[in-house]
Ligand binder design. Structure first.
Ligand code: ATP
Ligand code: MG
Length: 441
């Protein structure tokens, strides 16, 4: 992609409405534009990142055995009256009346709708286990939308719903999501810590929020330092191995880690002082077992092998896909701008032509651009007539993992400069070696 024709409306100045760094950088890099309070348009650069994150989430959900479907954003109020949540949900729910005076709503979540889908088709123990998920926009009329996409009113969520016959089976479904989440966030270059979270009236130990430690986070959290240093999960997870999966969950839930609502002051005080972490965190995911909370009122019953009808056991599992764009920036930036982890970067390489008016520079840059694209590497090629300083500043701001600089002086000696955004490390290489380096993997 040539920057001269790319729609990337960057800002030189810090926008005054942005209070936190991710919001500031997303606006400055031209990733999003506010449409109204807490509602954003995703511009090409931001949209690419959103899609990358979505794809990682999808791949890991699929790997765990979950199946993707798509439910609508608009739902009938009747279903929510059946579950009893229509009145409870309060002002966060955007209520809509259609032309026939039917009460509708813009879904803040989908427990009712998915339960409605399965109650008509899941009849017996043979139909479970199942885990169904979608990646769809939600609307919650937050009192105080803020921090850009981190607390929006309209936001993209992955929500999965598991269905099982027994509580033990539901635990295995829960554990699958637990492990899938560890892998999902690790692939994005994030350290997301599972922390005990509120289960409400359901009780039990099966609710965890996945939290990224960050000063700008809205949650108060407490954990043992050891868990921060845990290795991320390797590639080999057998999602059908009940005991192995329980082992993973046991290991990750052994050190103290809790959100404010579940904080146990005594247990925390028992941790050696130098191991206690008391911090702010960003909730990027939440997994939750709730048994028959919706299946019972909505009548989603399945037959046990002995013929008895029981409400299907359910859990729900959310990931804040659009929030993650901001959360990753909170976790990965420096004073010059964003530093994208390679897995979610909008482009892998920023190709900077220092002198597009120079025929030799333009020819070399075009050749590199073509070779990288032919190898499947996404390139943003700065072919604009602008000062080198401005070009470097833009590339640093948008945070692509690699910058490849083509200039007349280097070319005369047969070299280009390769810079790694994260470390700032620079290296002069022949064009061929630079290409070889960037097309590895
Ligand atoms: P929060 O405590 O931040 O309000 P929540 O607990 O109400 O979130 P869940 O119902 O657990 O949210 O939704 C699943 C995920 O969706 C959350 O873990 C979070 O990552 C994301 N999410 C929730 N609300 C918002 C929002 N207003 N804007 C962006 N993402 C959100
Ligand atoms: Mg939550």
């Amino acid at each position: 992609m040539r920057l001269s024709s790319y729609f990337m409306p960057t800002l030189k100045e810090n926008p005054s409405e942005a209070q936190i760094v991710s919001h500031r950088l997303m606006l400055r890099a031209g990733m999003v534009r506010q449409a109204s309070a807490g509602i954003y348009s995703w511009l090409p650069l931001g949209f690419k990142v959103l899609k990358r994150i979505e794809q990682i989430v999808r791949e890991e959900q699929d790997a765990s055995g979950a199946q993707e479907l798509l439910m609508p954003t608009i739902q009938a109020a009747d279903l929510w009256k059946e579950s009893g949540r229509y009145d409870d949900y309060g002002k966060e729910m955007l209520r809509i009346v259609d032309r026939h005076e039917r009460e509708m709503l813009y879904g803040p979540t989908n427990e009712e709708l998915i339960t409605d889908i399965v109650r008509h088709s899941m009849k017996s123990w043979r139909d479970v286990p199942k885990n169904l998920y979608h990646i769809q926009w939600k609307f919650r009329d937050e009192v105080r939308p803020r921090f850009g996409v981190m607390r929006g009113r309209e936001f993209l969520m992955k929500d999965a719903y598991s269905f099982d016959l027994t509580k033990e089976a539901a635990r295995h479904s829960y554990n699958k999501m637990f492990a899938a989440y560890l892998r999902t966030f690790a692939r994005m270059g994030l350290k997301a810590i599972p922390m005990r979270a509120d289960t409400g009236p359901i009780g039990g130990d099966m609710s965890h929020e996945f939290i990224i430690l960050a000063d700008t986070g809205e949650s108060q959290v407490y954990c043992h330092r050891d868990i921060v240093d845990f290795d991320v999960l390797g590639s080999a997870v057998d999602f059908d191995d009940v005991a192995a999966l329980q082992g993973i969950v046991d290991r990750w839930t052994a050190p103290y880690a809790a959100t404010d609502e579940k904080h146990d002051i005594e247990a925390f005080a028992a941790i050696p002082a130098d191991k206690r972490i008391e911090a702010r965190g960003i909730e990027v995911g939440h997994i939750f077992y709730f048994g028959a909370k919706y299946s019972k009122p909505l009548g989603a019953m399945i037959a046990r092998p002995d013929g008895e009808l029981v409400p299907v056991e359910m859990g729900s599992y959310g990931i804040g896909v659009s929030r993650l764009v901001g959360a990753i920036i909170e976790a990965s930036h420096d004073e010059r701008g964003i530093v994208w982890p390679e897995a979610v970067a909008p482009f892998k390489v920023g190709l900077i032509d220092l002198r597009p008016a120079d025929a030799a520079c333009a020819a070399a840059a075009d050749r590199i651009d073509g070779a990288l694209r032919a190898a499947g590497v996404e390139v943003l090629h700065d072919d604009r007539d602008d000062s080198p300083g401005a070009k470097f500043a833009t590339m640093d701001l948008i945070g692509l993992p690699w910058q490849l600089v083509v200039g007349p002086r280097g070319l005369a000696q047969g070299v280009v400069e390769l810079k790694q955004r994260r470390t700032g490390e620079r290296q002069e290489l022949s064009i061929e070696s630079a290409l070889a380096r960037l097309t590895l993997r």
